[in-house]
Ligand binder design. Sequence first.
Ligand code: FES
Ligand code: FES
Length: 154
Amino acid sequence: MIEFKLNGNIVRLEVSPDMPLLWVLRDILGLTGTKYGCGEGLCGACNVLLNDKAVHSCVTPVSRVQGMNVTTIEGLAAVENHPVLSAWIEEEAPECGYCQPGQIISATALLAENHSPTDSDIDEAMSQNLCRCGTYRRIRRAIHRARARMNKER
Ligand code: FES
Ligand code: FES
């Protein structure tokens, strides 16, 4: 039995401990906001927050999240006027959108630990997230916008 908190709610599952967290989220729990890209920990499409840090759920066995807090894009979307999501919309960051849940998760993790990231901090933190549409500049602007809003609210 694996037990963890998912978007604030306790989840208990009888699954193989080796099953990737991504499969659990998408195939068992029906949370399809987290995307499958490379399946090898290289693209960041599958990123989720594990106790506020971004991890690749495609290479994270579900046993690793036992007793931890997992947050997916659905969890962030449930927060009214979430500063990162709002900034993403205002900067029109997505193009096709496929990579964007993972990008937003990584940006949220960055802003949780760095309250005034520079462009190079952002580029470094986001370097594990690939976007085939090339939205990197808009993403960077959205992160600065989210940071400004969060600092105002602090
Ligand atoms: S799908 Fe997980 S890193 Fe690419
Ligand atoms: S918006 Fe299309 S892959 Fe990033």
